[in-house]
Design a protein around this ligand. Structure first.
Ligand SMILES: NC(=O)C1=CN([C@@H]2O[C@H](COP(=O)(O)OP(=O)(O)OC[C@H]3O[C@@H](n4cnc5c(N)ncnc54)[C@H](OP(=O)(O)O)[C@@H]3O)[C@@H](O)[C@H]2O)C=CC1
Ligand SMILES: O=C(O)[C@@H]1CCC=N1
Length: 309
């Protein structure tokens, strides 16, 4: 049932970014500048996406979210007073053109059961940011034919406008909906990639979805090593963070391979070479490969455990 996106949407995928922006502008809601967007689950990621949308000029009066926790609704209301919020998922789906599923994988089936009749009746674009769960499961739980579903894997740097995200569209998603999904995700993401096969979303999850945690772990280890080498914790942390940021900026602004950039820091028989040799001896590449494979595998397991009910 789920194929690659139709050829027109595939063409769209391969357009250069500048062309796509004007294409999106021309095809998204020609009479209406902003779509009504409902979030199911008002947690960390929903907050990041809402923040990005509001900063990019999307009126908060066109955004709504549901969350069972009163505390969470109160917090979001304080931050975005014009946003509609409810404890009832059906309330926010009622007038939505886009429904963003932003709950944990474990509760997604129940959540969709509760809103399925409304989704069938209104046929909004459904964007799921939930890790693992396949579009086919979401479609089956909604029922009533083929729903337009985009799977999106964002990451927490979205909170500071530095997100990276992967997107996959099912065959029922039309070109305008693809443009709309991309426009929403671009509000929080500086790198948005469309993937052709849904299984690639597991790989995106393992690289950029979970990736921020890998860098936090590396930074944590570097900070601790800096303290052992004689620096204060404060200095070690500050130097580590700025080094990470600086390296990322060089990589972003350069056309060179990452290996070339590494070599440029590594003077023959110098300090970096000694450090890199120690890392290679510690099989750092194998460690990273195992980490990414484990995340990818867990994403597939989440689909099996929580997607087959
Ligand atoms: N965190 C990350 O780095 C990323 C997460 N994701 C995915 O995004 C999704 C959300 O993650 P995240 O924002 O971190 O999680 P959170 O737990 O912060 O947010 C989920 C929210 O949904 C609420 N909720 C639970 N049950 C319901 C329900 N039945 N109806 C409405 N709301 C409900 C939760 O309330 P309560 O806490 O009270 O249960 C919580 O506030 C997950 O599926 C995750 O896989 C994707 C990319 C990155
Ligand atoms: O750890 C998780 O399952 C989610 C998905 C990617 C980042 N956090």
């Amino acid at each position: 049932m789920f194929r690659f996106a139709p050829s027109s949407t595939r063409l769209y995928r391969f357009m250069p970014a500048t062309e796509r922006i004007s294409h999106i502008h021309n095809m998204v809601s020609p009479q209406k500048a902003h779509s009504t967007i409902a979030f199911i689950g008002g947690g960390n990621m929903a907050e990041a996406i809402i923040g990005g949308l509001v900063s990019s000029g999307h009126p908060s009066s066109s955004i709504s979210f549901s969350d069972l926790a009163q505390e969470r609704r109160d917090y979001m209301k304080t931050k975005y007073p014009s946003i509609k919020s409810s404890a009832d998922n059906l309330d926010v789906v009622a007038d939505a053109e886009v429904v963003i599923l932003a709950v944990k994988p474990q509760v997604l089936h129940n959540v969709i059961n509760g809103i399925a009749p409304a989704l069938q009746a209104r046929k909004p674009l459904v964007i799921s940011i939930v890790a693992g769960i396949a579009a086919a499961s979401i479609n089956r739980w909604i029922g009533g034919g083929e729903s337009a579903i985009v799977r999106c894997m964002p990451n927490t740097p979205a909170l500071v406008g530095e997100g990276a995200a992967g997107l996959y569209a099912t065959a029922a998603v039309n070109e305008a909906q693809m443009g709309l999904a991309e426009k929403i995700v671009n509000a929080i993401s500086k790198q948005t990639v469309w993937v052709d096969t849904e299984s690639q979303i597991d790989a995106v999850t393992a690289i950029s979805g979970s990736g921020p945690a890998y860098f936090f772990l590396i930074m944590e280890a570097m900070e601790n090593a800096g303290v052992e080498a004689g620096l204060s914790k404060e200095d070690a942390k500050a130097l580590t963070i700025q080094t990470c940021l600086g390296a990322a900026k060089i990589a972003q602004n350069s056309d060179e391979e990452l290996a070339t950039l590494r070599r440029k820091v590594t003077s023959p028989k110098g300090t970096t070479e000694a450090a890199i040799n120690a890392m290679e001896d510690g099989k750092i590449r194998n460690v990273m490969a195992s980490a990414v494979q484990a995340a990818q595998q867990r994403s597939r397991e989440l689909a099996e455990i929580f997607g087959e009910q």
